[in-house]
Design a protein around this ligand. Sequence first.
Ligand SMILES: NC(=O)c1ccc[n+]([C@@H]2O[C@H](COP(=O)([O-])OP(=O)(O)OC[C@H]3O[C@@H](n4cnc5c(N)ncnc54)[C@H](O)[C@@H]3O)[C@@H](O)[C@H]2O)c1
Length: 256
Amino acid sequence: MRKTAIVTGGSRGIGFAIARQLMMDGYSVAILDINSPSDYRHNLDQLAEMGEDAFLYVQGDVRCAQDREHLIKETVDKFGGIHVLVNNAGIAPRVRRDLLEMTEESFDEVIATNTKGPLFLTQLVVKQMLKQGFCGKKRGTIVNISSLSAEVSSINRGEYCISKAGLSMLTTLLADRLAPEGILVHEVRPGIIATDMTMPVKAKYDALFEQGLLPINRWGTPEDIANAVSALVSDKFLYTTGCYVNVDGGLHIKRL
Ligand SMILES: NC(=O)c1ccc[n+]([C@@H]2O[C@H](COP(=O)([O-])OP(=O)(O)OC[C@H]3O[C@@H](n4cnc5c(N)ncnc54)[C@H](O)[C@@H]3O)[C@@H](O)[C@H]2O)c1
């Protein structure tokens, strides 16, 4: 039986690479993204070419309850079930401001997208998974794409760090609650990955790489993250839940 994966924020960047990898792995994939399908048409065409019947694009906002419900309905109508959820959609603050100048508006927007939306989408997905039997050795897998910022302080984007620390606790809570149901929960913490999100700070990081910032001293790629997700949702990690994997070139290592 072909399994189905939902990937949020899959029209570009890391989410697109994850969607493509999971389709290569044999999944049917449904994407939820706020972008219009025409915004990243070349990416979506690539996915559709991998299997028109195995691909669904739902335009919607992970912050919106109606859009989340619509996604579940469309996915189950088309593919019959849901086996994997990758909570990838996320935003950085529109403006980087010192912690003491952070606005409530920016805090609310970032938390709603990066933490609250994934929480309530996961609730719906899990309720669907619970209606289904086991598919192979587990009932389902959830992967949260958090960030090194779940742990590392950046005082000019505190709302982002808080949102990812919250997502990380969500990983722990879900893993605890869902293991008896046969649903495993993992977290991937990307480091500095070359996508549209990091383009505004490209010059800053290029300069830091020149100085040897990382043990594996290069930009990460969306494919680096997609490969980790592919491994985590496979049957290779059946005795692991509630853990995170740093995909960050070794950035988390404290060095002298
Ligand atoms: N790029 C990095 O260096 C990096 C590092 C650590 C973590 N991350 C995390 O990885 C994830 C993907 O990042 P990326 O670099 O590919 O970013 P990106 O900005 O290139 O892509 C994010 C995608 O999410 C979608 N999205 C944003 N808000 C949404 C919403 N409300 N509803 C539905 N879709 C929405 C966007 O339209 C876009 O397609 C994010 O959660 C991000 O925080 C990225």
